[in-house]
Each structure stands twice: as C-alpha cells, then as structure tokens.
Design a protein around this ligand. Structure first.
Ligand SMILES: *Cc1c(COP(=O)(O)O)cnc(C)c1O
Length: 380
C-alpha cells in the first residue's frame, strides 16, 4: 500500500523536452517563451492582456499597485483563503478588511461586499476558492459604479467556467497561480490578466524593476539603448524555463479538468448517503475545476474532521485541513483589520477536509479514500 498525496502535478516527457530545448537555446531567463505563454494563456482565459509573474502572490501585489491602492485604503478580502489574498493589500500599505463567505460555495457574495463598503473601500479581492467560480457579475454591479476595483484572485481557477465563459474572462483584473498545488504548474509562477492596456503595460514594467526597455529587448541589439527606471519596481519575472513548462501544461488543461471533474463526480456519488458529510459542488452559475475537493464534516459526525484526518493518515492517505482563515493566524490576529464576526469562515475552516484529487489518482486509490470515509465510526 503506497502513500496517497492530496495533490500531484501531472508532468510528462513533453515537459522534459520543452525545458531541455530552452536550456539548449542558451536563453533561460524571461524571453520568447514567456511572451508566448502570456499570449496563449490570455487567449485561453479570454483576457486581452496577460503579464507573467513569479507567482500569484506577486501578481496580486502588482494588481493593487497598478490599480492605485495604497496607504489609507481599505481592501475587502475573504479571510477564508490562502494567506496571500490578505497579504497583498498589506504589501501596499492598505488595510485588508475581512468579510465572510457563503457556506455553499466558500466565496464572497455581492451582499457581503455591499454591507462592508465604507468611504475608505477602494478595492475588493474576490477568490474562486478551490476552483469554485465566484459570482462576479453582481459584485461588479455593486463595485463598478462606486469606482471600487474588483481584483479576481483566480489562483485556483484555471479551467473553471463562469456563465459559459472561462473564469477570469469577466474580470477587469485577475491573478493566477502555477504552483504545483494548482491545476497547471510551472514550479512557481503566476500571471496577471487585465482588460486595461495601461494597467498591463505598467505591470509589465514593474515586474522588471520598472525598466523602460526589457532585458530581453536590450539583448537583441549589440549597442542597446540606455534604459531608464521611472519608478521603484520589483523583480517579479518568470523565466523561459518555467514558461516552456507552462506552455505544455496549458495544452493539457482540458484533459486535466475533464479528469478532475470525473473523479469529483465519483466522490460525490460514492459519498452520497454517508451521514455527516457534505461535498463541494458546482454553483448554479458555472463549473468548478475542483482544484480542491472539500467535504464539510457536519456536527454529529461520529469522529469529526480531525478524527477523519487521523483515520486517513492511518491508511497512509494525506488529506488536508480545509481552506484556512487568515484572521485566525498570528500574522493578522493583532492587526486592525476591521472585521466583525466571520461565523461561516470560522465554521468552514474548522470543519472542512480536502480529499486527494489529482490526474493520476487510480480507481483503487480513489476507493481506498472512499472506504475510510464510509467506515469511519462504524464498529468493525
Ligand atoms: C495558491 C494561492 C495563492 C498564492 O499563489 P502562489 O502562486 O503560490 O503565490 C493566492 N491565492 C489563492 C486563493 C491561492 O489558492
């Protein structure tokens, strides 16, 4: 019996060949592969401008910088998310203000956003949590007329759909992750997509020290023109090694999503009727890529969430506690983040469990996970 991990990237010979080719070319930093990956990714998610970055975290930072968010501003964010969502406003000196999420989707809603807006609110970061598409249109209907920028943290969202289009297609600005815990991986890596040419151009410069001419462009001439640094930038570049990986991974996306949805449907089907468990599901407005297949372990379950984690571990199955709550972390516990009660976040973060789900998960492995969940608390 071998260990079942919660996630495993799907990589093959094509990725090895693509990276080998980049090494052989002698150009391994940001260059033509990054440009190609940006173009293809923008097309895939239906956004006119795509800027590759070193991670989703750095893309979120850039998104807030180009949107002009800074000290004195409030940014509404779900606490129920990976910590990077809350950190981005903190990086620019703004204040993340935590809002609660909907219990069914784990995402923020237009009502929660509307209720939390104050004159200091300048932006909202919404998340497609675990791949479940956020209901973006009503949130933009609240924010757009008030001049509040909506940033979509689509770190988990590649391959999910919203109202018949790819997630991110309806966003003014969205940020993506290619960490191995997500569907597509470049090792580390991220992307910023936006409908605004001016924001894309500034993000493109800021990720590269705010240089007026990119290093790749300067390299093409023997006597390069002198570059200028108009503002304080960052080094948030992706490398061509990563982009080469990303191009192959992107071509696999439809197949990865198909398989994940198939496995998620198997979990849902086989766990139906197991008392005390509720599985994440597609919302009415879209489809999830099931980046995280979570179950809520309801009160009254014989062994509870942590008991299930232990039973799974005994069977050499590595599950994960559900999505975290940033407001409960020491990094935010003592900060003034203007939050009220977050009952759904508190409940979901303490009662949810993420089950193993990855492309290569075999039927036998899948059955092993289901068996533990079905027999937990049943006398043997
Ligand atoms: C993974 C994740 C991030 C961070 O992505 P990195 O590429 O690792 O920086 C940000 N937001 C959410 C919602 C995530 O799940």
């Amino acid at each position: 019996m071998s260990r079942i991990n919660v996630m495993q990237p799907w990589l093959g010979e094509e990725e090895i060949a693509a990276v080998t080719e980049v090494i052989a070319s002698g150009w391994v930093a940001q260059g033509p592969r990054v440009a190609e990956f940006e173009a293809r990714f923008g097309l895939a998610v239906g956004s006119p401008h795509a800027v590759a970055t070193s991670s989703c975290t750095t893309a979120l930072h850039l998104a807030l910088v180009v949107a002009g968010i800074g000290p004195g501003d409030d940014v509404l964010v779900p606490s129920f998310s990976f910590i990077a969502t809350a950190n981005a406003p903190t990086y620019v000196g703004a204040r993340p203000v935590f809002i609660d999420v909907d219990e069914t989707t784990g995402n923020v809603t237009a009502d929660a956003v509307r209720a939390a807006i104050t004159p200091r609110t300048r932006a909202v970061i919404v998340v497609d949590q675990g791949g479940v598409p956020v209901d973006l249109d009503p949130i933009r209907a609240v924010c757009d007329p008030r001049g509040i920028v909506v940033v979509e943290d689509a770190a988990c969202g590649a391959g999910s759909t919203y109202r018949g289009r790819p997630v991110g297609a309806g966003a003014e600005i969205a940020c993506w992750s290619f960490h191995p815990r997500k569907l597509l991986t470049t090792g580390e890596g991220g992307m910023l997509t936006t409908t605004r040419a001016d924001w894309a151009a500034r993000a493109r410069q800021l990720r590269e020290h705010a240089m007026s001419i990119s290093a790749a462009a300067r390299h093409t001439s023997v006597l390069p023109p002198a570059e200028e640094y108009g503002e304080v930038g960052f080094n948030y570049r992706m490398t061509d090694l990563q982009a080469a990986l990303g191009l192959v991974q992107l071509s696999r996306l439809p197949e990865i999503v198909r398989r994940r949805r198939e496995l998620a449907a198997c979990y849902t089907e086989q766990l139906r009727g197991v008392p005390g468990l509720r599985c994440v599901a597609d919302p009415p407005w879209g489809t999830s890529n099931f980046q995280s297949f979570w179950v809520e372990v309801l009160p009254g379950h014989p062994v509870g969430r942590d008991g299930l984690m232990r039973l799974l571990a005994e069977a050499d199955i590595s599950a994960r506690r559900g999505i975290m709550a940033a407001h409960r972390q020491p990094a935010y516990a003592d900060r003034d983040c203007g939050w009220g009660e977050l009952p759904v976040t508190d409940r979901l973060s303490s009662q949810t469990l993420i089950l193993p789900l990855f492309h290569q998960l075999s039927p036998v492995e899948h059955a092993r996970v289901v068996e533990v969940l079905r027999t937990a608390g049943v006398p043997r």
